[in-house]
Design a protein around this ligand. Sequence first.
Ligand SMILES: [Ca+2]
Length: 319
Amino acid sequence: MATNRLIVDTDGGVDDAQALLLLIAAGRTPDAITTVFGNVNLETATANVLATLAIAGASVPVHMGAAEPLAGDRIHAHHVHGEDGLGGAPRPERTGKVAGSDAVGFLVTTFSDAAASGDRVDLLTIGPLTNLALALQQAPGITRGLGRLTIMGGTIWGRGNVTPAAEFNVFADPEAAAVVFGAEVDATVVPWEVCVAHELAGADIDRMFAGATDGDYRAFALALVQNERTRHLRSGQGDCLFFIDPLAAAVAIEPDIVTRSQRACVGVALEPGLTRGMTVVDPSGRIGTPMVTFVEGARRDRLAALFAASVTHGRRGPS
Ligand SMILES: [Ca+2]
């Protein structure tokens, strides 16, 4: 079976950059990228994506999307990803330019065409769900053009990161998440608790980088990973890297990597207060939204192999 085209929707943080490097190294360079506010503002997220593509030597059209959530105030995660969103990773001297500033229009056109032709397109979202929600509101029929939809977001057991109950991507725009989880689409969801249950030990990371050729690419990839290791060490989580967006990327391109999953429908808590942005996961189906698949476990050997490939992938010598 031919491989579907792939679009990645991203908010340009450290693990977003790692996910892009993983996809490119795995031979699944996205056919297009759409950007969204989230870890950092929209302009910075877009600049970070362009920087990552330049470092990897990949030419991919990048469309700027939503700068604000559907409702409420914009949040960010500079405390995790640094002021620049890439943990201070060294920037390339030159980057490409954006292909457009209407990501929502691009998604509507692409998935409408895909629906008409039957040539479906996969979508991986690793940021707030604003762009996809706006596209679905404009053109609900685009679900017929969607191939595999893989979403990093939400929680499965109710333990969030940005609040005790809510995960960042959903909390950043709960109304958008409610639109997506209410749409007629069979998504695969990679929830927060499962991401932090899949880690790579510091010693393994060191071994991978020891095999990488010196250069801009290695320096960039190393800075990304060191930002995370330093933060985890400071917070007492040990010397490791958690697979967040890279886990979703791996699931998107290697469905067989999933070892355990749960079918459920999802409600998103929208009321202000303790539970805003919480994903209420309902295997019984009583919430009534379409069933999606929650990933509960993935093959660690394949994750490590995909990550290792992304460490050693860089072009050799000066570009
Ligand atoms: Ca992200």
